[in-house]
Design a protein around this ligand. Structure first.
Ligand code: CA
Length: 257
């Protein structure tokens, strides 16, 4: 069970490269797309980010955001929950079903702090979450974390266990050459397992590693996604690789229990 080493040199790309050369992309600054219909808040965020050295795109609706995204792909999206044309969450779900945007870092902004909304946002594919009002310091820290994660992902792009291969750069999983269909969370979960084989992880450790430490969601959410991951792998006879360790958590292993 190895990470395939040649991909380390071949496929590494900095987070900023994705948008370089695009319309309005200032130099090699990371580009942030702010989707927020409250003008004052949006402009305040834009000013703060520009002062820090980010490139900024602004949209006041999902329709505008869609156009922005096609013209100039950003490195991180800040996405408000309630927008005039459709909810940020439903657009996020659409993005995650689109190959090119499956791994685009999205931080949800919302005034609604209930646990259910957070779970819905994260299940919908958000990478992180900020509850309004939030501090600019917090926002900057979350953006940096997303950019780091993106760059980190580029360092090792391929993982393999037997004939199961995950390509991080291509956002693709295959088994004996056949495509394995996975949702964004299951993809991240499998990538984590493939990069940490034969170790037992508690639900809480998996939450921290795959969903992020800032996130407050129930541990049984892990079980839901493990179930989905197993189901996707089952069609290829690989569900046995995700093993339940009683009283402890989960382990990924080519060896049987
Ligand atoms: Ca709003």
């Amino acid at each position: 069970m190895y990470a395939i080493p040649q991909s380390m040199t071949a496929a590494r790309k900095p987070a900023t490269e994705t948008a370089s050369g695009g319309v309005g992309k200032p130099g090699d600054k990371p580009l942030i797309l702010i989707v927020e219909d409250e003008t004052d808040l949006r402009e305040m965020l834009a000013d703060s980010l520009e002062q820090t050295g980010y490139g900024v795109l602004q949209a006041d609706s999902v329709t505008t955001a869609r156009q922005q995204l096609e013209q100039t792909p950003p490195d991180v999206v800040l996405l408000d929950w309630m927008l005039p044309d459709t909810t940020g969450l439903s657009w996020l779900r659409q993005l995650r079903r689109t190959e090119a945007y499956r791994e685009l870092p999205v931080i949800m902004l919302t005034a609604r702090g209930e646990v259910n909304d957070r779970v819905a946002g994260l299940d919908g594919g958000a990478d992180d979450y900020l509850i309004k009002p939030f501090s600019l310091k917090e926002l900057h820290a979350r953006i940096r974390a997303q950019l780091r994660k993106q760059q980190g992902d580029g360092e090792r792009e391929q993982y393999a266990a037997g004939d199961l291969v995950l390509d991080s750069g291509m956002h693709r999983v295959t088994c004996a050459g056949q495509e394995v269909e996975l949702g964004p969370t299951e993809f991240r979960l499998l990538r984590y397992f493939l990069s940490h084989p034969d170790r037992v992880y508690t639900r809480s450790q998996l939450l921290d590693a795959v969903w992020g430490q800032q996130v407050f969601i129930e541990e049984r959410t892990v079980d839901v996604h493990i179930r989905r991951l197993r189901k996707a792998l089952e069609a290829h006879g690989k569900d046995v690789l995700i093993q339940t360790v009683r009283g402890a958590g989960y382990r990924f292993s080519l060896r049987s229990n």
